[in-house]
Design a protein around this ligand. Structure first.
Ligand code: F6P
Length: 541
């Protein structure tokens, strides 16, 4: 059954799921949820959520309210280009970088995204042509440690290159944030103040999505046009509303035990939509022991998609494919708004507040404590064992004994049949890109849903779900040796120590909550990854 609005389509390709969703859809219609959401009614998620919802719903009208930004972005871009500045580096985590990355990737426009603390990856961005570079520092709160660190290292690099750093830094933040104050004090070139009544993961069509993408050269006016075309359809209390259909289907799937949403692209023409949707779905719904776990896979033929079990619902972005139970089609601006509506409405069906992220702070605190006590950064205990370039740090429940294949087998056996395995690679997502190949291999080997995330990027996405959602995850952390570290100006830590503290901090929080965690530290990254792949192959044979 397809629900087709102007510019966007949702098909429920599984008749059992469609039937199960019908009563939920009816209830959403009776309750007038679509129109109330569009009118920014904060009561839709219950009394506890109301105060937060009251300051988080302005995204429903951004296709109108963001219009004035377009001219401002174009003017700044023209000004920068007239000075020969045409390379845009974006420092921002989660909602402050995922949308611009998708927008520019879709248009084939170059944008260097820094959402990492990996020293090698940051050093590579610093090694680009600084004479032509503008740094966009995006942070809603203005206090995110990764983003602040990028600002510091770039400001120093500009100065050392004889460039006036203040003229090369553009800020996107909320009014009154510490970053807004700092930008004023430092005289940064331009500050775009975003609408504070939109949360980070719903901010694709605010200054957070539009400024970096537009400065890089993407056609951001077109995005707003695409959203405007579908806005009325998504606001309608109609059985043909694609967002209501999508939300009802996801809610029905969850009720039936399919709490994982496997996302594959089938030629949508959008680059990396799954990574953006992952944060939206995981941070919005993964809390109070419930939620939807997004599992972004390589395509509809990837392990975990067509062979998904009853604990997962396979969804495609683009034309339907064998095994898909749901598909969503439409241009990027329309899909942003569709998924925002559907996720907020699914939050109502799951009876949670889709606008907070209560469990993200725990890992941040643990990382801070480790940075305050650098002795803890030694990795705490000695490795249980060392196999070639791989040091093994096992948490309770796994012995860490034997060869790498034995250790992995023992660890993977701890994943419950209806659980999931999360591979968390605190590595360089460009130079160590091959680590991502572990996801399909491990999914095939274990037969359980398997996610892959780059650390610390995923901490601002699935990290919320890991700690707040269904507690059936098992976590394989990969950390790596650092060849050349970067100190963070006027801070008592280096990027390398921050990255390790983030891994150990999150690992500690997960362990404290009874989740199995195995950390493999690759003293030589390439050799360690190769050994790991060999161990997985050995288990598969
Ligand atoms: O824009 P900020 O405040 O730097 O936050 C970045 C990201 O961190 C989180 O607040 C929490 O992980 C996300 O929700 C957000 O998108």
């Amino acid at each position: 059954m397809a629900a087709e609005g102007a510019g966007v389509t949702v098909s429920v390709d599984d008749s059992a799921l469609d039937a199960a969703a019908a009563p939920l859809l009816d209830k959403l219609l009776v309750d007038g949820v679509a129109s109330k959401l569009t009118a920014q009614d904060p009561t839709l998620w219950g009394a506890d959520a109301e105060p937060e919802a009251a300051i988080r719903l302005a995204w429903t009208t951004l296709h109108k309210t963001s219009r004035p930004l377009i001219g401002e972005i174009e003017a700044l871009r023209a000004e920068l280009r007239s000075e020969g500045i045409d390379r845009v580096v974006l420092a921002g985590m989660g909602g402050s970088s995922l949308a611009p990355e998708v927008i520019t990737g879709t248009e084939g426009v170059a944008l260097t995204v820094l959402d990492t603390t990996d020293p090698g990856q940051v050093a590579d961005a610093l090694a680009g042509d600084l004479d032509r570079t503008v740094l966009v520092v995006s942070s809603k709160s203005g206090g995110t440690v990764e983003t602040d660190s990028h600002r510091r290292v770039f400001a120093r690099a500009f100065t050392e290159a004889g460039i006036d750093a203040a003229r090369r830094i553009v800020v996107v933040t909320d009014p009154g944030s510490p970053l807004a104050e700092l930008a004023e004090a430092e005289g940064y070139r331009r500050v775009f103040l975003a609408d504070p009544n939109v949360g980070g993961r719903y901010s694709a069509l605010t200054a957070f999505g539009l400024v970096p993408a537009g400065l890089a050269g993407a056609d951001v006016a077109r995005l707003l046009d695409q959203a405007a075309v579908v806005a009325d359809v998504l606001a309608a209390d109609s059985a043909d509303n694609p967002a209501l259909r999508l939300a009802a289907a996801l809610g029905a799937a969850h009720d039936a035990g399919a709490e994982k949403v496997v996302l594959a692209d089938t030629g949508s023409g959008i680059a990396g939509f799954g990574d953006w949707a992952e944060q939206l779905i995981a941070e919005s719904t993964g809390k109070q022991g419930t939620g939807l776990l997004p599992v972004v896979v390589e395509g509809p033929d990837a392990p975990g998609f067509a062979d998904a079990g009853t604990d997962a619902v396979p969804v495609v972005i683009g034309p339907s494919a064998p095994g898909a139970k749901l598909s969503t089609r439409g241009p990027l601006g329309a899909q942003f708004l569709l998924w925002e509506y559907a996720t907020a409405i699914a939050g109502r069906l799951l009876a949670i507040n889709p606008f907070d992220q209560p469990d993200v702070e725990a890992a941040k605190q643990a990382a801070r404590s480790l940075l305050d006590d650098p002795a803890g950064l030694g990795g705490g205990a000695e490795p249980a064992t060392v196999v070639g370039a791989v040091q093994v740090y096992a948490s309770a429940g796994t012995s860490g004994n034997g060869g790498l294949a034995d250790i992995l087998r023992e660890f993977l056996d701890t994943v419950p049949a209806d659980g999931y395995l999360a591979v968390q690679a605190y590595l360089d997502r460009l130079d160590d890109a091959s680590a991502a190949l572990l996801r399909p291999e491990l999914a095939k080997l274990t037969g359980v849903q398997t996610t892959f995330g780059w650390g610390p990027r995923f901490l601002h996405s699935t990290g919320q779900y890991h700690k707040g959602g269904h507690q059936n995850g098992v976590f394989l952390q990969l950390t790596g040796g650092v060849e050349e570290d970067l100190d963070v100006p006027d801070r008592p830590y280096t990027l390398g120590s921050l990255q390790l503290a983030q891994a150990l901090g999150d690992g500690q929080v997960l362990t404290d909550r009874g989740r199995p965690v195995l950390r493999l530290h690759l003293t030589d990254r390439a050799a360690g990854l190769a050994e790991l792949v060999r161990a997985v192959q050995e288990l598969a044979s």
